[in-house]
Design a protein around this ligand. Structure first.
Ligand SMILES: [Zn+2]
Length: 291
Protein backbone atom coordinates (compact mmCIF):
# COMPACT_ATOMS: atom_id res chain seq x y z
CA UNK A 1 0.00 0.00 0.00
CA UNK A 2 1.44 3.36 -0.97
CA UNK A 3 1.13 6.67 0.74
CA UNK A 4 -1.86 7.59 -1.24
CA UNK A 5 -3.62 4.35 -0.22
CA UNK A 6 -3.10 5.12 3.45
CA UNK A 7 -4.46 8.63 3.00
CA UNK A 8 -7.56 7.40 1.21
CA UNK A 9 -8.20 4.76 3.88
CA UNK A 10 -7.86 7.35 6.64
CA UNK A 11 -10.18 9.70 4.85
CA UNK A 12 -12.77 6.93 4.37
CA UNK A 13 -12.43 6.04 8.05
CA UNK A 14 -13.12 9.64 9.02
CA UNK A 15 -16.12 9.80 6.70
CA UNK A 16 -17.62 6.59 8.05
CA UNK A 17 -17.14 7.87 11.60
CA UNK A 18 -18.70 11.21 10.77
CA UNK A 19 -21.59 9.41 9.07
CA UNK A 20 -22.18 7.25 12.11
CA UNK A 21 -22.09 10.21 14.48
CA UNK A 22 -24.45 12.19 12.22
CA UNK A 23 -26.80 9.21 11.88
CA UNK A 24 -26.95 8.70 15.62
CA UNK A 25 -27.65 12.38 16.15
CA UNK A 26 -30.39 12.40 13.52
CA UNK A 27 -31.94 9.26 15.00
CA UNK A 28 -32.07 10.75 18.47
CA UNK A 29 -33.64 13.96 17.10
CA UNK A 30 -36.23 12.02 15.14
CA UNK A 31 -37.24 9.80 18.03
CA UNK A 32 -37.52 12.84 20.30
CA UNK A 33 -39.81 14.54 17.83
CA UNK A 34 -41.80 11.33 17.40
CA UNK A 35 -42.27 11.14 21.15
CA UNK A 36 -43.35 14.79 21.14
CA UNK A 37 -45.86 14.11 18.41
CA UNK A 38 -47.22 11.07 20.27
CA UNK A 39 -47.62 13.11 23.43
CA UNK A 40 -49.42 15.92 21.66
CA UNK A 41 -51.57 13.42 19.78
CA UNK A 42 -52.55 11.86 23.05
CA UNK A 43 -53.32 15.29 24.47
CA UNK A 44 -55.53 16.19 21.56
CA UNK A 45 -57.30 12.84 21.78
CA UNK A 46 -58.02 13.56 25.42
CA UNK A 47 -59.21 17.04 24.54
CA UNK A 48 -61.38 15.71 21.78
CA UNK A 49 -62.92 13.15 24.14
CA UNK A 50 -63.58 15.93 26.65
CA UNK A 51 -65.11 18.14 23.98
CA UNK A 52 -67.38 15.44 22.65
CA UNK A 53 -68.47 14.72 26.20
CA UNK A 54 -69.35 18.37 26.62
CA UNK A 55 -71.09 18.44 23.27
CA UNK A 56 -73.23 15.49 24.25
CA UNK A 57 -74.19 17.20 27.48
CA UNK A 58 -75.11 20.35 25.61
CA UNK A 59 -77.19 18.35 23.17
CA UNK A 60 -79.00 16.59 26.02
CA UNK A 61 -79.65 19.94 27.62
CA UNK A 62 -81.11 21.36 24.40
CA UNK A 63 -83.26 18.26 23.95
CA UNK A 64 -84.57 18.67 27.50
CA UNK A 65 -85.30 22.33 26.82
CA UNK A 66 -87.11 21.45 23.58
CA UNK A 67 -89.24 18.88 25.35
CA UNK A 68 -90.10 21.37 28.05
CA UNK A 69 -90.85 24.03 25.46
CA UNK A 70 -93.08 21.80 23.38
CA UNK A 71 -94.97 20.67 26.45
CA UNK A 72 -95.50 24.34 27.38
CA UNK A 73 -96.62 25.01 23.83
CA UNK A 74 -99.09 22.14 23.98
CA UNK A 75 -100.45 23.45 27.24
CA UNK A 76 -100.82 26.87 25.64
CA UNK A 77 -102.52 25.55 22.55
CA UNK A 78 -104.93 23.47 24.62
CA UNK A 79 -105.64 26.64 26.56
CA UNK A 80 -106.00 28.70 23.40
CA UNK A 81 -108.35 26.12 21.92
CA UNK A 82 -110.47 26.24 25.02
CA UNK A 83 -110.54 30.03 24.94
CA UNK A 84 -111.46 30.12 21.26
CA UNK A 85 -114.10 27.43 21.77
CA UNK A 86 -115.63 29.40 24.61
CA UNK A 87 -115.55 32.69 22.72
CA UNK A 88 -116.94 30.90 19.66
CA UNK A 89 -119.81 29.60 21.74
CA UNK A 90 -120.38 33.05 23.19
CA UNK A 91 -120.34 34.48 19.65
CA UNK A 92 -122.90 31.94 18.45
CA UNK A 93 -125.10 32.56 21.50
CA UNK A 94 -124.88 36.32 20.98
CA UNK A 95 -125.80 35.97 17.33
CA UNK A 96 -128.67 33.61 18.20
CA UNK A 97 -129.96 36.03 20.81
CA UNK A 98 -130.12 38.68 18.08
CA UNK A 99 -131.67 36.43 15.44
CA UNK A 100 -135.36 35.67 15.31
CA UNK A 101 -135.91 31.91 15.24
CA UNK A 102 -138.94 32.67 13.05
CA UNK A 103 -136.57 33.51 10.19
CA UNK A 104 -135.87 29.84 9.58
CA UNK A 105 -139.15 28.35 10.79
CA UNK A 106 -141.07 25.91 8.66
CA UNK A 107 -144.61 27.13 8.29
CA UNK A 108 -147.50 24.90 7.50
CA UNK A 109 -151.26 24.88 7.27
CA UNK A 110 -151.29 24.47 11.03
CA UNK A 111 -148.25 26.46 12.02
CA UNK A 112 -148.40 30.16 11.22
CA UNK A 113 -146.26 33.08 12.13
CA UNK A 114 -147.75 35.04 15.01
CA UNK A 115 -149.96 37.81 13.65
CA UNK A 116 -148.11 40.35 15.78
CA UNK A 117 -144.74 39.52 14.27
CA UNK A 118 -143.06 42.18 12.18
CA UNK A 119 -139.43 42.44 11.09
CA UNK A 120 -137.22 44.64 13.33
CA UNK A 121 -136.43 46.93 10.41
CA UNK A 122 -137.40 47.14 6.77
CA UNK A 123 -135.56 48.48 3.71
CA UNK A 124 -137.18 49.55 0.45
CA UNK A 125 -136.33 47.61 -2.70
CA UNK A 126 -135.03 50.01 -5.41
CA UNK A 127 -137.65 51.05 -8.01
CA UNK A 128 -135.65 49.67 -10.91
CA UNK A 129 -136.32 46.14 -9.68
CA UNK A 130 -140.06 46.50 -9.11
CA UNK A 131 -142.76 45.19 -11.39
CA UNK A 132 -144.87 48.25 -10.57
CA UNK A 133 -142.57 51.23 -10.19
CA UNK A 134 -145.12 53.34 -8.32
CA UNK A 135 -145.36 50.96 -5.38
CA UNK A 136 -143.17 50.79 -2.32
CA UNK A 137 -142.00 47.30 -1.55
CA UNK A 138 -139.89 46.55 1.47
CA UNK A 139 -137.87 43.67 2.82
CA UNK A 140 -136.19 42.72 6.12
CA UNK A 141 -133.27 45.14 6.42
CA UNK A 142 -130.66 42.38 6.60
CA UNK A 143 -132.12 40.46 3.66
CA UNK A 144 -132.62 43.33 1.22
CA UNK A 145 -128.89 43.69 0.33
CA UNK A 146 -128.80 39.97 -0.57
CA UNK A 147 -131.80 40.44 -2.84
CA UNK A 148 -130.19 43.45 -4.53
CA UNK A 149 -127.01 41.42 -5.13
CA UNK A 150 -129.08 38.70 -6.76
CA UNK A 151 -131.12 41.09 -8.91
CA UNK A 152 -128.09 42.96 -10.17
CA UNK A 153 -126.25 39.70 -10.94
CA UNK A 154 -129.27 38.55 -12.99
CA UNK A 155 -129.30 41.89 -14.77
CA UNK A 156 -125.62 41.46 -15.68
CA UNK A 157 -126.55 38.09 -17.18
CA UNK A 158 -129.26 39.78 -19.26
CA UNK A 159 -132.12 38.46 -17.12
CA UNK A 160 -134.85 40.82 -15.93
CA UNK A 161 -136.22 39.87 -12.53
CA UNK A 162 -139.03 42.03 -11.19
CA UNK A 163 -140.31 41.95 -7.65
CA UNK A 164 -144.05 41.87 -7.54
CA UNK A 165 -144.50 41.24 -3.82
CA UNK A 166 -142.18 41.33 -0.82
CA UNK A 167 -142.87 42.04 2.85
CA UNK A 168 -146.56 41.82 3.65
CA UNK A 169 -147.92 42.69 7.05
CA UNK A 170 -150.56 40.52 8.65
CA UNK A 171 -153.19 43.15 7.84
CA UNK A 172 -152.17 43.40 4.19
CA UNK A 173 -152.36 39.66 4.01
CA UNK A 174 -155.84 39.57 5.52
CA UNK A 175 -157.03 42.19 3.06
CA UNK A 176 -155.53 40.26 0.17
CA UNK A 177 -157.12 37.05 1.32
CA UNK A 178 -160.54 38.65 1.70
CA UNK A 179 -160.13 40.08 -1.75
CA UNK A 180 -159.45 36.62 -3.17
CA UNK A 181 -162.35 35.22 -1.20
CA UNK A 182 -164.74 37.74 -2.74
CA UNK A 183 -163.54 36.77 -6.19
CA UNK A 184 -163.07 33.04 -5.77
CA UNK A 185 -165.15 32.05 -2.75
CA UNK A 186 -163.87 29.66 -0.13
CA UNK A 187 -161.48 28.13 -2.65
CA UNK A 188 -159.33 31.18 -1.97
CA UNK A 189 -157.59 29.39 0.86
CA UNK A 190 -156.07 27.00 -1.59
CA UNK A 191 -153.87 29.62 -3.20
CA UNK A 192 -153.95 32.78 -1.11
CA UNK A 193 -150.95 31.57 0.71
CA UNK A 194 -151.91 30.29 4.11
CA UNK A 195 -148.39 29.04 4.25
CA UNK A 196 -146.57 31.39 1.95
CA UNK A 197 -148.23 34.15 3.87
CA UNK A 198 -146.07 33.60 6.92
CA UNK A 199 -142.97 33.76 4.78
CA UNK A 200 -144.01 37.12 3.34
CA UNK A 201 -144.80 38.46 6.80
CA UNK A 202 -141.23 37.59 7.83
CA UNK A 203 -139.90 40.09 5.29
CA UNK A 204 -137.52 37.50 3.88
CA UNK A 205 -139.60 36.37 0.93
CA UNK A 206 -140.31 37.77 -2.52
CA UNK A 207 -142.55 36.90 -5.43
CA UNK A 208 -140.59 37.37 -8.61
CA UNK A 209 -141.80 37.80 -12.16
CA UNK A 210 -140.35 38.81 -15.50
CA UNK A 211 -141.85 41.11 -18.19
CA UNK A 212 -142.99 38.29 -20.51
CA UNK A 213 -145.33 36.77 -17.90
CA UNK A 214 -146.08 39.78 -15.68
CA UNK A 215 -148.54 39.70 -12.82
CA UNK A 216 -150.24 36.44 -13.74
CA UNK A 217 -147.06 34.39 -13.24
CA UNK A 218 -148.52 32.17 -15.89
CA UNK A 219 -145.80 29.96 -17.32
CA UNK A 220 -143.17 31.60 -15.15
CA UNK A 221 -141.43 28.26 -14.73
CA UNK A 222 -140.77 28.08 -18.47
CA UNK A 223 -138.95 31.44 -18.62
CA UNK A 224 -135.22 32.14 -18.67
CA UNK A 225 -135.79 34.15 -15.50
CA UNK A 226 -136.95 31.05 -13.64
CA UNK A 227 -134.12 28.98 -15.10
CA UNK A 228 -131.63 31.60 -13.94
CA UNK A 229 -133.14 31.56 -10.44
CA UNK A 230 -132.96 27.78 -10.13
CA UNK A 231 -129.30 27.91 -11.14
CA UNK A 232 -128.20 30.97 -9.19
CA UNK A 233 -130.57 32.06 -6.40
CA UNK A 234 -128.84 29.81 -3.85
CA UNK A 235 -125.63 31.81 -4.27
CA UNK A 236 -127.47 34.76 -2.71
CA UNK A 237 -129.20 32.74 0.01
CA UNK A 238 -132.59 32.38 -1.70
CA UNK A 239 -134.47 29.12 -2.17
CA UNK A 240 -137.68 28.00 -3.77
CA UNK A 241 -140.08 27.24 -0.91
CA UNK A 242 -142.67 25.24 -2.79
CA UNK A 243 -141.27 23.25 -5.72
CA UNK A 244 -143.26 21.15 -8.16
CA UNK A 245 -144.90 18.07 -6.62
CA UNK A 246 -144.03 19.05 -3.07
CA UNK A 247 -146.09 17.65 -0.22
CA UNK A 248 -146.44 20.92 1.67
CA UNK A 249 -148.12 23.47 -0.48
CA UNK A 250 -149.12 24.38 -4.00
CA UNK A 251 -146.34 24.79 -6.55
CA UNK A 252 -145.12 28.40 -6.53
CA UNK A 253 -142.17 28.85 -8.88
CA UNK A 254 -142.20 32.64 -8.30
CA UNK A 255 -142.01 32.49 -4.50
CA UNK A 256 -138.41 32.68 -3.18
CA UNK A 257 -137.41 32.81 0.45
CA UNK A 258 -134.12 33.95 1.97
CA UNK A 259 -132.65 31.26 4.24
CA UNK A 260 -128.99 32.40 4.30
CA UNK A 261 -126.18 31.53 1.93
CA UNK A 262 -124.92 28.55 3.93
CA UNK A 263 -128.22 26.71 4.10
CA UNK A 264 -129.12 27.60 0.51
CA UNK A 265 -125.75 26.26 -0.68
CA UNK A 266 -126.14 23.01 1.26
CA UNK A 267 -129.68 22.51 -0.03
CA UNK A 268 -128.47 23.12 -3.58
CA UNK A 269 -125.57 20.70 -3.13
CA UNK A 270 -127.76 17.97 -1.69
CA UNK A 271 -130.60 18.67 -4.14
CA UNK A 272 -133.05 19.12 -1.30
CA UNK A 273 -135.67 21.71 -0.49
CA UNK A 274 -136.07 23.74 2.68
CA UNK A 275 -139.23 21.94 3.76
CA UNK A 276 -137.53 18.55 3.29
CA UNK A 277 -135.32 19.18 6.31
CA UNK A 278 -136.22 18.73 9.96
CA UNK A 279 -136.60 21.94 11.90
CA UNK A 280 -133.77 20.87 14.18
CA UNK A 281 -131.45 20.46 11.20
CA UNK A 282 -132.46 23.87 9.86
CA UNK A 283 -131.94 25.63 13.18
CA UNK A 284 -128.24 24.86 13.09
CA UNK A 285 -127.96 27.45 10.32
CA UNK A 286 -129.78 30.20 12.21
CA UNK A 287 -126.80 31.90 13.87
CA UNK A 288 -125.06 32.42 10.52
CA UNK A 289 -128.09 33.32 8.44
CA UNK A 290 -126.83 36.82 7.55
CA UNK A 291 -123.13 35.97 7.14
ZN1 LIG B 1 -145.21 34.44 -2.35
Amino acid sequence: MGRTGILVSALLGILVLAGAIGGAYLYSRLSASLADTETSLQASEEQSARLSGELKEAKDYIARLETALSSERNKNSVFENQISKISGTVGVLEKLAKTDPELLAKYSKVFFLNENYSPPALSPIPDEYLYQKDRILTLHKSVEPHLEDMLSAAKEDGITLQIISAYRSFDTQEALKNNYRVTYGSGANAFSADQGYSEHQLGTTVDITTPEVGATFSGFDTTDAYKWLTENAWRYGFVLSYPKNNAYYQYEPWHWRFVGEELARDLHREEKYFYDLDQREIDEYLADIFD
